[in-house]
Design a binder for this molecule. Sequence first.
Ligand code: SF4
Length: 317
Amino acid sequence: MKNSNSSRRKFLKLGLFAGATALIGSGGKVLSAVSGAGAAAKGTDEKVKLLSPDGSLVEVDKSHCSACAVSGKEARQGIPNKKMVMVVDLSRCRNARKCLEGCQSMHHLPPKIEWIKFFLMRDSKDTSPYWFPKPCFHCNNPPCVKVCPVGATFKRTDGIVLIDNDRCIGCKFCMAACPYSSRVFNWGEPEQEALPKDKKYSPETSWPQKKGTVGKCDFCPDMVRQGKLPSCVTSCPNGVYFYGDKNEDAVTNGTETIRFSELVQQKAAYRYMEELGTEPSVYYLPPVNRLFDYKVGLQDLKPEEIRLYKEEAGITD
Ligand code: SF4
């Protein structure tokens, strides 16, 4: 494994470029925004007015404004020239669940809605169990997308699979089709913070969720558009998640930046149940040279939860 500072700089460049300013909405209202993060994005014909630090109004291309809501068309198309991938290092996971907390905070989800699930895995009775966090795999051949009768779930050019809750009719065909059980159904109205009046729903933020629709991990495309990392990546205290653009051949956990191709080759990465032909965008590094004993991840759990996890992993002691 080798670090590439230049790749990291490249990946983080957009995020560092961001600068605070204020956005003037179409009605002339100051919306408070951050601009500049999308400066490297391809220009559009749409213009927005921004308030410069000296108080004058400046008209800029919408692609230069990270806080301007993306159009429905843009949200369905994806971020040009990107192909997002994730690498999960199983040797570092101790079931801390900070990634889940970060995900819930980012998406304004209540604690009972979990878009990352955790399993205690054991490859054979002769080997020690390990923790296995599972987001949506953003499959390149996603069965969930194929069965949606209304086009509510879709695959974008940047590899991200999203759900448009405005279109979802709650038929659950996608849930049945996903072989990884990555989707969750909103049986009730999710107890969520309301969307601010100056923001519109976008499948890019997956907020708000709606009763009778399906939700799941969205790979945080709004953060990617701003040149930032998903919340699960930045919330993990152990650097388990590496995320990046396959086209740039670089992934980072926020501290280490590594060539994606070298990482998957040198660490013998695999994709979960690859034989299904789903072609996940999430890769796992086998739990070699583990940082933690699996028992560390049981410490804060209730006895019933511990029993279920052990049963799942076939642990009898
Ligand atoms: Fe669809 Fe499931 Fe693949 Fe996610 S993991 S893209 S929900 S099939």
